[in-house]
Design a protein around this ligand. Sequence first.
Ligand SMILES: [Zn+2]
Length: 249
Amino acid sequence: MSPAVNKKPHPKAPKPLLRLEVRDLSEEGARAFLSHIDCGTVLEETVNSVHNLLYSSNSQIPGTRSVTLILRSMPGVAYTTGKDIDDDHKEIHFSTDYISGIAKERKKEEMMGVLTHEMVHCWQWNSLNTAPGGLIEGIADWVRLRAGLVPPHWKREMDGDWDAGYQHTGYFLDYLESRFGHGTVMAVNERLREGKYDEEKFWKGLFGCTVKQLWKDYGRSLGKRSEAEQGTLDGWVEGPESKQDSGSV
Ligand SMILES: [Zn+2]
């Protein structure tokens, strides 16, 4: 079961200006967004969920001043960018072509998932733009995961590197959150607030060991997890998405 996500305003968060721009109301994807999503509240609630999942009550939140969601025809899914003249003003570009291609029964949840992922990029720290892209994308998908918006194709994987990004890294971060306790990913994000990224110092400072070691531990825990699927095994703490991704392809 997904825990209820706190959608109330974070006590320390700035209140950004939120805008919606629909480039062409005749597009099927634009109409689908407007008919499935409560546009009056969705941006504010998504901002609040991101703040509550990434920041404790005494942490410093980036001073983003505005977020504009732009629905428009374009290749791909979505991306987030800052304005050239002032990076505190963010734009989320979301493809109406992609929206129109989502299966009807998945449309609302998938749109909310993408929006949540992109909203993280408006508010996360990034070691002055030196953090690995895979870690930045992993944090965004970890928030999506914890918001209970996991698509059916996501799965935990132990192959490849820890920083392959997206859900691959998101599930690794979720393992760290389960192993080291609530607030672990908040601490990872907080450590990206100051200075340039130094992999050795970064992970040793947080966990006392290298990220390669943590990735190995994660792989072992996944091995135990698959054994546990045939029986019962203590020691694995289920993430909120366990029901939704089981048996997915
Ligand atoms: Zn992203």
